[in-house]
Design a protein around this ligand. Structure first.
Ligand SMILES: NC(=O)C1=CN([C@@H]2O[C@H](COP(=O)(O)OP(=O)(O)OC[C@H]3O[C@@H](n4cnc5c(N)ncnc54)[C@H](OP(=O)(O)O)[C@@H]3O)[C@@H](O)[C@H]2O)C=CC1
Ligand SMILES: O=C(CO)[C@H](O)[C@H](O)COP(=O)(O)O
Length: 466
Protein backbone atom coordinates (compact mmCIF):
# COMPACT_ATOMS: atom_id res chain seq x y z
CA UNK A 1 0.00 0.00 0.00
CA UNK A 2 1.28 3.50 -0.86
CA UNK A 3 1.59 5.18 2.53
CA UNK A 4 5.03 6.77 2.59
CA UNK A 5 5.31 10.49 1.99
CA UNK A 6 8.84 10.12 0.70
CA UNK A 7 11.33 7.39 -0.25
CA UNK A 8 15.07 7.08 0.31
CA UNK A 9 17.64 4.94 -1.46
CA UNK A 10 21.07 4.28 0.08
CA UNK A 11 21.17 3.34 3.76
CA UNK A 12 24.84 4.14 4.32
CA UNK A 13 26.18 6.57 6.92
CA UNK A 14 24.22 9.56 5.62
CA UNK A 15 21.14 7.86 4.16
CA UNK A 16 20.35 5.85 7.30
CA UNK A 17 20.69 8.94 9.53
CA UNK A 18 18.61 11.07 7.15
CA UNK A 19 15.86 8.43 6.99
CA UNK A 20 15.65 8.33 10.81
CA UNK A 21 15.56 12.14 10.89
CA UNK A 22 12.69 12.20 8.39
CA UNK A 23 10.76 9.57 10.37
CA UNK A 24 11.52 11.41 13.62
CA UNK A 25 9.92 14.52 12.16
CA UNK A 26 6.66 12.66 11.59
CA UNK A 27 6.97 11.71 7.92
CA UNK A 28 6.37 8.11 6.83
CA UNK A 29 9.26 6.95 4.68
CA UNK A 30 10.00 3.95 2.44
CA UNK A 31 13.62 2.82 2.17
CA UNK A 32 15.60 0.61 -0.19
CA UNK A 33 19.27 -0.34 -0.20
CA UNK A 34 21.36 -2.20 -2.78
CA UNK A 35 22.38 -4.70 -0.10
CA UNK A 36 19.06 -5.96 1.28
CA UNK A 37 20.48 -7.24 4.57
CA UNK A 38 21.33 -3.63 5.46
CA UNK A 39 17.70 -2.61 4.95
CA UNK A 40 16.50 -5.25 7.40
CA UNK A 41 19.17 -4.41 9.95
CA UNK A 42 18.35 -0.70 9.63
CA UNK A 43 14.63 -1.31 10.19
CA UNK A 44 15.26 -3.60 13.14
CA UNK A 45 17.53 -0.97 14.73
CA UNK A 46 15.10 1.92 14.22
CA UNK A 47 13.33 1.44 17.58
CA UNK A 48 10.12 3.44 17.93
CA UNK A 49 10.68 5.03 14.54
CA UNK A 50 10.35 1.64 12.78
CA UNK A 51 6.58 2.13 12.58
CA UNK A 52 7.12 5.12 10.27
CA UNK A 53 9.59 3.26 8.06
CA UNK A 54 8.64 0.84 5.28
CA UNK A 55 11.62 -1.39 4.42
CA UNK A 56 11.49 -2.78 0.87
CA UNK A 57 13.47 -5.51 -0.90
CA UNK A 58 12.85 -4.61 -4.53
CA UNK A 59 12.76 -1.28 -6.35
CA UNK A 60 9.23 -2.12 -7.53
CA UNK A 61 8.02 -2.61 -3.95
CA UNK A 62 9.86 0.57 -2.93
CA UNK A 63 8.15 2.66 -5.62
CA UNK A 64 4.78 1.10 -4.80
CA UNK A 65 5.16 2.06 -1.13
CA UNK A 66 5.39 5.80 -1.83
CA UNK A 67 2.38 8.09 -2.27
CA UNK A 68 1.96 9.59 -5.72
CA UNK A 69 3.30 12.00 -6.93
CA UNK A 70 6.42 10.48 -5.43
CA UNK A 71 9.54 12.12 -4.01
CA UNK A 72 12.63 9.91 -3.79
CA UNK A 73 15.96 10.84 -2.18
CA UNK A 74 19.16 9.21 -3.46
CA UNK A 75 21.99 9.05 -0.90
CA UNK A 76 24.62 7.06 -2.79
CA UNK A 77 28.20 7.89 -3.84
CA UNK A 78 28.69 10.58 -6.49
CA UNK A 79 29.15 9.76 -10.17
CA UNK A 80 28.12 6.53 -11.88
CA UNK A 81 26.11 5.13 -8.92
CA UNK A 82 23.77 8.14 -9.18
CA UNK A 83 23.34 7.72 -12.96
CA UNK A 84 22.79 3.96 -12.56
CA UNK A 85 20.22 4.49 -9.82
CA UNK A 86 18.31 7.07 -11.85
CA UNK A 87 18.36 4.76 -14.89
CA UNK A 88 16.97 1.90 -12.77
CA UNK A 89 14.26 4.07 -11.20
CA UNK A 90 12.91 6.14 -14.09
CA UNK A 91 11.12 3.27 -15.91
CA UNK A 92 9.22 2.54 -12.67
CA UNK A 93 8.15 6.14 -12.08
CA UNK A 94 5.39 8.40 -13.33
CA UNK A 95 6.12 11.64 -15.19
CA UNK A 96 5.50 13.79 -12.11
CA UNK A 97 7.63 11.75 -9.70
CA UNK A 98 10.57 13.67 -8.26
CA UNK A 99 14.11 12.31 -7.90
CA UNK A 100 16.37 14.17 -5.42
CA UNK A 101 20.11 13.52 -5.53
CA UNK A 102 21.14 14.43 -1.98
CA UNK A 103 24.73 13.17 -2.16
CA UNK A 104 27.79 15.24 -2.98
CA UNK A 105 27.55 15.58 -6.76
CA UNK A 106 29.77 17.51 -9.13
CA UNK A 107 27.42 20.33 -10.16
CA UNK A 108 28.26 19.75 -13.83
CA UNK A 109 26.74 16.26 -13.42
CA UNK A 110 23.68 17.82 -11.78
CA UNK A 111 23.35 20.29 -14.68
CA UNK A 112 23.54 17.36 -17.11
CA UNK A 113 21.05 15.24 -15.14
CA UNK A 114 18.65 18.21 -14.94
CA UNK A 115 18.90 18.62 -18.72
CA UNK A 116 18.47 14.87 -19.29
CA UNK A 117 15.42 14.86 -17.00
CA UNK A 118 13.75 17.48 -19.21
CA UNK A 119 10.24 17.94 -17.83
CA UNK A 120 10.68 15.10 -15.30
CA UNK A 121 11.20 16.62 -11.85
CA UNK A 122 14.78 16.44 -10.55
CA UNK A 123 16.58 18.21 -7.69
CA UNK A 124 20.25 18.23 -6.68
CA UNK A 125 20.64 19.12 -3.02
CA UNK A 126 23.77 19.46 -0.94
CA UNK A 127 23.50 18.08 2.58
CA UNK A 128 26.15 18.88 5.18
CA UNK A 129 26.67 17.93 8.78
CA UNK A 130 28.07 14.42 8.65
CA UNK A 131 26.20 11.56 10.31
CA UNK A 132 25.09 13.53 13.37
CA UNK A 133 23.86 16.41 11.23
CA UNK A 134 21.95 14.08 8.94
CA UNK A 135 20.30 12.47 11.99
CA UNK A 136 19.48 15.58 14.00
CA UNK A 137 19.54 18.51 11.59
CA UNK A 138 21.79 19.10 8.58
CA UNK A 139 22.32 22.22 6.52
CA UNK A 140 20.60 21.80 3.13
CA UNK A 141 21.47 23.64 -0.09
CA UNK A 142 18.83 23.02 -2.75
CA UNK A 143 19.10 23.25 -6.52
CA UNK A 144 16.75 22.57 -9.42
CA UNK A 145 13.35 23.80 -10.51
CA UNK A 146 11.74 25.97 -7.84
CA UNK A 147 8.39 24.16 -8.17
CA UNK A 148 10.12 20.83 -7.46
CA UNK A 149 11.77 22.34 -4.36
CA UNK A 150 8.39 23.70 -3.22
CA UNK A 151 6.95 20.17 -3.29
CA UNK A 152 9.40 18.88 -0.66
CA UNK A 153 10.34 22.09 1.13
CA UNK A 154 8.11 21.26 4.13
CA UNK A 155 10.00 18.02 4.71
CA UNK A 156 13.46 19.52 4.13
CA UNK A 157 12.88 22.55 6.35
CA UNK A 158 11.48 20.25 9.08
CA UNK A 159 14.52 17.96 9.12
CA UNK A 160 17.15 20.71 8.73
CA UNK A 161 19.09 22.35 11.55
CA UNK A 162 17.57 25.51 13.04
CA UNK A 163 19.32 28.78 13.84
CA UNK A 164 17.21 30.74 16.35
CA UNK A 165 14.17 28.94 14.94
CA UNK A 166 15.09 29.59 11.29
CA UNK A 167 15.53 26.46 9.21
CA UNK A 168 18.90 25.91 7.52
CA UNK A 169 17.40 24.62 4.27
CA UNK A 170 17.37 27.02 1.34
CA UNK A 171 16.82 26.82 -2.40
CA UNK A 172 19.91 28.24 -4.10
CA UNK A 173 18.83 28.30 -7.72
CA UNK A 174 18.26 26.27 -10.87
CA UNK A 175 20.04 23.09 -11.97
CA UNK A 176 23.31 22.42 -10.11
CA UNK A 177 23.23 25.60 -7.98
CA UNK A 178 22.73 23.64 -4.73
CA UNK A 179 25.53 21.19 -5.46
CA UNK A 180 27.80 24.07 -6.51
CA UNK A 181 27.24 25.85 -3.19
CA UNK A 182 27.85 22.56 -1.36
CA UNK A 183 31.14 22.09 -3.23
CA UNK A 184 32.35 25.56 -2.21
CA UNK A 185 31.21 24.76 1.35
CA UNK A 186 33.46 21.71 1.20
CA UNK A 187 36.31 23.80 -0.25
CA UNK A 188 36.04 26.14 2.74
CA UNK A 189 35.80 23.03 4.95
CA UNK A 190 39.10 21.76 3.50
CA UNK A 191 40.83 25.14 4.11
CA UNK A 192 39.41 25.54 7.62
CA UNK A 193 40.50 21.99 8.53
CA UNK A 194 43.94 22.51 6.99
CA UNK A 195 44.51 25.77 8.90
CA UNK A 196 43.55 24.02 12.15
CA UNK A 197 45.90 21.14 11.29
CA UNK A 198 48.67 23.69 10.64
CA UNK A 199 48.32 25.34 14.04
CA UNK A 200 48.15 21.86 15.60
CA UNK A 201 51.54 21.28 13.92
CA UNK A 202 52.95 24.50 15.40
CA UNK A 203 51.77 23.49 18.87
CA UNK A 204 52.99 19.88 18.55
CA UNK A 205 56.32 20.39 16.75
CA UNK A 206 57.13 24.07 17.34
CA UNK A 207 56.00 24.52 20.94
CA UNK A 208 56.38 20.83 21.98
CA UNK A 209 52.91 20.80 23.55
CA UNK A 210 51.25 17.55 24.63
CA UNK A 211 47.99 16.41 23.04
CA UNK A 212 46.18 17.22 26.27
CA UNK A 213 47.54 20.78 26.25
CA UNK A 214 46.58 21.13 22.60
CA UNK A 215 43.09 19.82 23.37
CA UNK A 216 42.75 22.37 26.17
CA UNK A 217 43.88 25.16 23.85
CA UNK A 218 41.28 24.26 21.21
CA UNK A 219 38.64 24.05 23.96
CA UNK A 220 39.62 27.57 25.13
CA UNK A 221 39.51 28.93 21.60
CA UNK A 222 36.05 27.43 21.19
CA UNK A 223 34.86 29.98 23.76
CA UNK A 224 36.08 32.94 21.70
CA UNK A 225 35.95 34.35 18.17
CA UNK A 226 36.96 30.96 16.72
CA UNK A 227 33.91 29.21 18.16
CA UNK A 228 32.99 26.60 15.57
CA UNK A 229 32.20 22.92 15.07
CA UNK A 230 35.65 22.23 13.57
CA UNK A 231 37.52 23.82 16.51
CA UNK A 232 35.25 21.95 18.94
CA UNK A 233 35.86 18.53 17.35
CA UNK A 234 39.59 19.23 16.91
CA UNK A 235 39.80 19.65 20.69
CA UNK A 236 37.91 16.38 21.16
CA UNK A 237 40.12 14.57 18.66
CA UNK A 238 43.24 15.84 20.46
CA UNK A 239 41.82 14.80 23.85
CA UNK A 240 41.05 11.22 22.80
CA UNK A 241 43.30 8.32 23.82
CA UNK A 242 43.79 5.15 21.82
CA UNK A 243 42.22 2.33 23.87
CA UNK A 244 44.70 -0.18 22.41
CA UNK A 245 47.90 1.65 23.38
CA UNK A 246 46.86 4.37 25.80
CA UNK A 247 48.62 6.89 23.57
CA UNK A 248 46.93 10.01 22.19
CA UNK A 249 44.76 8.93 19.26
CA UNK A 250 46.42 11.58 17.07
CA UNK A 251 49.78 9.84 17.60
CA UNK A 252 48.53 6.56 16.14
CA UNK A 253 46.75 7.99 13.07
CA UNK A 254 48.68 7.92 9.77
CA UNK A 255 49.35 11.47 8.53
CA UNK A 256 47.83 10.99 5.04
CA UNK A 257 44.47 12.75 4.51
CA UNK A 258 41.74 11.12 2.44
CA UNK A 259 39.43 12.97 0.09
CA UNK A 260 36.40 12.11 -1.98
CA UNK A 261 36.83 14.93 -4.49
CA UNK A 262 34.63 17.86 -3.50
CA UNK A 263 37.62 20.08 -2.66
CA UNK A 264 39.21 19.19 -5.99
CA UNK A 265 35.97 20.01 -7.85
CA UNK A 266 35.95 23.44 -6.16
CA UNK A 267 39.54 24.18 -7.12
CA UNK A 268 39.06 23.07 -10.74
CA UNK A 269 35.95 25.25 -11.03
CA UNK A 270 37.73 28.20 -9.43
CA UNK A 271 40.32 28.02 -12.19
CA UNK A 272 37.57 28.05 -14.86
CA UNK A 273 35.98 31.05 -13.15
CA UNK A 274 39.35 32.80 -12.59
CA UNK A 275 38.29 33.04 -8.94
CA UNK A 276 41.29 33.42 -6.58
CA UNK A 277 40.89 30.89 -3.76
CA UNK A 278 44.54 30.20 -2.83
CA UNK A 279 43.87 28.98 0.73
CA UNK A 280 41.40 26.39 -0.56
CA UNK A 281 43.79 25.36 -3.33
CA UNK A 282 46.60 25.06 -0.77
CA UNK A 283 44.40 22.82 1.37
CA UNK A 284 43.71 20.44 -1.54
CA UNK A 285 47.42 20.43 -2.44
CA UNK A 286 48.27 19.71 1.20
CA UNK A 287 45.99 16.64 1.19
CA UNK A 288 47.63 15.42 -2.03
CA UNK A 289 51.08 16.00 -0.57
CA UNK A 290 50.16 14.29 2.68
CA UNK A 291 49.66 11.03 0.81
CA UNK A 292 53.28 11.07 -0.47
CA UNK A 293 54.51 9.48 2.74
CA UNK A 294 57.47 7.56 1.34
CA UNK A 295 58.81 10.57 -0.56
CA UNK A 296 58.43 12.75 2.55
CA UNK A 297 60.30 10.25 4.69
CA UNK A 298 63.10 10.01 2.11
CA UNK A 299 63.38 13.81 1.84
CA UNK A 300 63.61 14.08 5.63
CA UNK A 301 66.58 11.70 5.56
CA UNK A 302 68.16 13.63 2.67
CA UNK A 303 67.72 17.16 4.01
CA UNK A 304 67.38 16.48 7.73
CA UNK A 305 64.37 17.61 9.73
CA UNK A 306 63.96 21.34 10.24
CA UNK A 307 64.83 23.06 13.57
CA UNK A 308 61.22 23.09 14.75
CA UNK A 309 61.50 24.33 18.32
CA UNK A 310 60.01 27.79 18.91
CA UNK A 311 60.10 29.49 22.30
CA UNK A 312 56.63 30.12 23.79
CA UNK A 313 57.38 33.81 24.31
CA UNK A 314 58.28 34.16 20.60
CA UNK A 315 54.95 32.70 19.58
CA UNK A 316 52.36 32.94 22.38
CA UNK A 317 49.13 30.96 21.99
CA UNK A 318 47.18 34.22 21.77
CA UNK A 319 49.17 35.14 18.63
CA UNK A 320 48.39 31.74 17.08
CA UNK A 321 44.71 32.21 17.94
CA UNK A 322 44.68 35.63 16.24
CA UNK A 323 46.46 34.19 13.20
CA UNK A 324 43.79 31.51 12.90
CA UNK A 325 41.05 34.15 13.17
CA UNK A 326 42.62 36.09 10.29
CA UNK A 327 43.13 32.92 8.23
CA UNK A 328 39.54 31.83 8.77
CA UNK A 329 38.12 35.18 7.62
CA UNK A 330 40.34 35.09 4.53
CA UNK A 331 39.33 31.56 3.56
CA UNK A 332 35.59 32.35 3.89
CA UNK A 333 36.16 35.60 1.93
CA UNK A 334 37.71 33.56 -0.89
CA UNK A 335 34.83 31.06 -0.90
CA UNK A 336 32.14 33.76 -1.01
CA UNK A 337 34.04 35.63 -3.74
CA UNK A 338 34.04 32.43 -5.81
CA UNK A 339 30.30 31.99 -5.26
CA UNK A 340 29.72 35.59 -6.40
CA UNK A 341 31.75 34.95 -9.57
CA UNK A 342 29.85 31.73 -10.32
CA UNK A 343 26.56 33.50 -9.74
CA UNK A 344 27.43 35.98 -12.50
CA UNK A 345 29.00 33.42 -14.83
CA UNK A 346 26.09 30.95 -14.62
CA UNK A 347 23.34 33.58 -14.29
CA UNK A 348 22.16 31.97 -11.05
CA UNK A 349 21.53 34.94 -8.73
CA UNK A 350 22.98 32.93 -5.84
CA UNK A 351 21.74 34.42 -2.53
CA UNK A 352 25.06 35.13 -0.76
CA UNK A 353 23.60 36.30 2.59
CA UNK A 354 21.20 33.33 2.64
CA UNK A 355 24.13 31.00 1.96
CA UNK A 356 25.95 32.36 5.02
CA UNK A 357 22.69 31.90 6.96
CA UNK A 358 22.16 28.32 5.85
CA UNK A 359 25.70 27.50 7.07
CA UNK A 360 25.09 28.93 10.57
CA UNK A 361 23.92 25.58 11.96
CA UNK A 362 24.02 21.93 10.99
CA UNK A 363 26.95 21.95 8.58
CA UNK A 364 30.61 21.11 9.11
CA UNK A 365 31.75 24.75 8.68
CA UNK A 366 29.20 26.20 11.12
CA UNK A 367 30.88 28.89 13.15
CA UNK A 368 30.09 31.89 15.30
CA UNK A 369 31.44 34.15 12.54
CA UNK A 370 28.76 33.16 10.02
CA UNK A 371 26.03 35.28 11.59
CA UNK A 372 28.19 38.40 11.15
CA UNK A 373 29.13 37.23 7.65
CA UNK A 374 25.45 36.96 6.74
CA UNK A 375 24.87 40.50 8.02
CA UNK A 376 27.92 41.84 6.15
CA UNK A 377 26.82 40.15 2.91
CA UNK A 378 23.27 41.44 3.37
CA UNK A 379 24.63 44.99 3.76
CA UNK A 380 26.70 44.63 0.58
CA UNK A 381 26.76 41.32 -1.30
CA UNK A 382 29.14 42.79 -3.93
CA UNK A 383 31.92 43.60 -1.47
CA UNK A 384 34.69 41.12 -0.66
CA UNK A 385 34.00 39.96 2.90
CA UNK A 386 37.51 41.01 4.02
CA UNK A 387 36.49 44.63 3.32
CA UNK A 388 33.21 44.54 5.22
CA UNK A 389 33.76 46.91 8.19
CA UNK A 390 33.44 44.33 10.97
CA UNK A 391 35.83 41.89 9.26
CA UNK A 392 38.20 44.62 8.07
CA UNK A 393 38.48 45.76 11.72
CA UNK A 394 39.25 42.22 12.85
CA UNK A 395 41.81 41.75 10.07
CA UNK A 396 43.50 45.03 11.02
CA UNK A 397 43.89 43.62 14.53
CA UNK A 398 44.97 40.10 13.52
CA UNK A 399 46.95 40.15 10.26
CA UNK A 400 50.10 41.06 12.21
CA UNK A 401 49.67 37.83 14.19
CA UNK A 402 49.18 35.85 10.98
CA UNK A 403 52.41 37.43 9.70
CA UNK A 404 54.23 36.47 12.92
CA UNK A 405 53.02 32.89 12.74
CA UNK A 406 53.87 32.47 9.04
CA UNK A 407 57.29 34.10 9.53
CA UNK A 408 58.21 32.01 12.59
CA UNK A 409 56.98 28.85 10.91
CA UNK A 410 59.10 29.62 7.84
CA UNK A 411 62.17 30.24 10.01
CA UNK A 412 61.59 26.96 11.86
CA UNK A 413 60.75 24.76 8.88
CA UNK A 414 57.07 24.24 9.69
CA UNK A 415 54.90 24.03 6.57
CA UNK A 416 51.82 26.30 6.67
CA UNK A 417 50.46 26.14 3.11
CA UNK A 418 46.94 27.38 3.85
CA UNK A 419 47.81 30.06 6.41
CA UNK A 420 50.65 31.43 4.27
CA UNK A 421 48.39 31.41 1.18
CA UNK A 422 45.81 33.30 3.22
CA UNK A 423 48.43 35.89 4.17
CA UNK A 424 49.65 36.22 0.56
CA UNK A 425 46.02 36.72 -0.55
CA UNK A 426 45.58 39.45 2.06
CA UNK A 427 48.80 41.22 1.05
CA UNK A 428 48.06 40.92 -2.67
CA UNK A 429 44.52 42.21 -2.18
CA UNK A 430 45.68 45.26 -0.24
CA UNK A 431 48.38 46.21 -2.75
CA UNK A 432 46.99 48.92 -4.99
CA UNK A 433 49.89 48.69 -7.43
CA UNK A 434 51.09 45.14 -7.78
CA UNK A 435 53.74 43.58 -9.99
CA UNK A 436 51.73 42.29 -12.97
CA UNK A 437 53.10 45.24 -14.98
CA UNK A 438 56.32 43.17 -15.22
CA UNK A 439 54.34 40.18 -16.50
CA UNK A 440 52.66 42.38 -19.09
CA UNK A 441 56.08 43.71 -20.13
CA UNK A 442 57.43 40.16 -20.47
CA UNK A 443 54.38 39.03 -22.45
CA UNK A 444 54.67 41.92 -24.84
CA UNK A 445 58.46 41.45 -25.18
CA UNK A 446 58.27 37.78 -26.21
CA UNK A 447 54.84 37.57 -27.80
CA UNK A 448 53.62 41.06 -28.74
CA UNK A 449 50.62 40.49 -26.46
CA UNK A 450 50.18 44.22 -25.85
CA UNK A 451 49.68 46.12 -22.61
CA UNK A 452 47.60 48.96 -21.20
CA UNK A 453 49.43 52.17 -20.14
CA UNK A 454 48.60 53.90 -16.88
CA UNK A 455 48.22 57.17 -18.82
CA UNK A 456 45.60 55.61 -21.08
CA UNK A 457 44.84 53.18 -23.85
CA UNK A 458 45.38 49.45 -24.33
CA UNK A 459 47.11 47.41 -27.02
CA UNK A 460 50.44 49.23 -26.67
CA UNK A 461 53.70 47.50 -27.69
CA UNK A 462 57.23 48.26 -26.48
CA UNK A 463 59.50 49.71 -27.62
CA UNK A 464 61.84 47.37 -25.72
CA UNK A 465 65.59 47.72 -25.20
CA UNK A 466 67.57 45.58 -27.65
N1 LIG B 1 29.74 10.82 5.16
C1 LIG B 1 29.59 12.13 5.23
O1 LIG B 1 30.01 12.81 6.19
C2 LIG B 1 28.88 12.86 4.13
C3 LIG B 1 28.62 12.26 2.90
N2 LIG B 1 27.95 12.95 1.93
C4 LIG B 1 27.63 12.33 0.66
O2 LIG B 1 26.52 11.43 0.83
C5 LIG B 1 26.61 10.37 -0.10
C6 LIG B 1 26.59 9.05 0.65
O3 LIG B 1 27.72 9.05 1.51
P1 LIG B 1 27.84 8.06 2.77
O4 LIG B 1 26.51 7.80 3.37
O5 LIG B 1 28.92 8.62 3.61
O6 LIG B 1 28.37 6.74 2.03
P2 LIG B 1 28.37 5.23 2.54
O7 LIG B 1 29.52 4.59 1.87
O8 LIG B 1 28.26 5.15 4.01
O9 LIG B 1 27.01 4.62 1.92
C7 LIG B 1 26.84 4.54 0.54
C8 LIG B 1 25.45 3.99 0.26
O10 LIG B 1 25.27 3.99 -1.14
C9 LIG B 1 24.99 2.66 -1.58
N3 LIG B 1 25.66 2.44 -2.84
C10 LIG B 1 26.99 2.46 -3.08
N4 LIG B 1 27.22 2.24 -4.38
C11 LIG B 1 26.00 2.08 -4.97
C12 LIG B 1 25.59 1.82 -6.28
N5 LIG B 1 26.48 1.69 -7.27
N6 LIG B 1 24.26 1.70 -6.52
C13 LIG B 1 23.37 1.83 -5.53
N7 LIG B 1 23.69 2.07 -4.24
C14 LIG B 1 25.01 2.20 -3.98
C15 LIG B 1 25.53 1.75 -0.51
O11 LIG B 1 24.82 0.53 -0.57
P3 LIG B 1 25.44 -0.87 -0.05
O12 LIG B 1 25.00 -0.99 1.37
O13 LIG B 1 24.84 -1.87 -0.94
O14 LIG B 1 26.93 -0.77 -0.20
C16 LIG B 1 25.23 2.57 0.75
O15 LIG B 1 23.90 2.44 1.12
C17 LIG B 1 27.90 10.61 -0.89
O16 LIG B 1 27.62 11.34 -2.05
C18 LIG B 1 28.73 11.48 0.06
O17 LIG B 1 29.69 12.26 -0.62
C19 LIG B 1 27.49 14.23 2.14
C20 LIG B 1 27.71 14.86 3.33
C21 LIG B 1 28.44 14.24 4.41
O1 LIG C 1 30.48 16.62 2.48
C1 LIG C 1 30.94 16.29 3.53
C2 LIG C 1 30.88 17.21 4.69
O2 LIG C 1 30.40 18.45 4.33
C3 LIG C 1 31.56 14.95 3.68
O3 LIG C 1 31.95 14.63 4.94
C4 LIG C 1 32.62 14.74 2.68
O4 LIG C 1 32.62 13.37 2.32
C5 LIG C 1 33.98 15.11 3.18
O5 LIG C 1 34.83 15.20 2.11
P1 LIG C 1 36.19 14.41 2.01
O6 LIG C 1 35.87 12.93 2.12
O7 LIG C 1 36.71 14.78 0.66
O8 LIG C 1 37.05 14.88 3.15
Amino acid sequence: MSTAEIGLIGLGTMGAALALNIADNGFDIAVWNRTSAKTDAFHEGAGDLARRITPTQTLEAFVAAIKSPRAIILMVPAGQPVDDQIAALRPLLDADDLIIDAGNANFHDTNRRSAEAGDLPFLGIGVSGGEEGARFGPSIMGGGKRESWDRVEHILTAIAAKHKGISCATWMGEQGAGHFVKAVHNGIEYADMQMIAEVYGIMRDGLAMTSDAIAETFANWDNGALRSYLIEISGKVAATQDPATGRPMLDVIVDAAGQKGTGRWTVIEAQHLAAPIPAIEAAVVARNLSSQREARAAAEVLFGSAPHHIAHDVLPLSTIEDALIAGKILCYAQGFDMIAKASDAFDWALPLPAIAEVWREGCIIRSAMLDDMATALRENPERNLMMAPRFADTLKQTHGALRQVVAQAALHGLALPALSSGLAYFDAMRTGRGTANMIQGQRDFFGAHGFARIDGGSGHHGPWAA
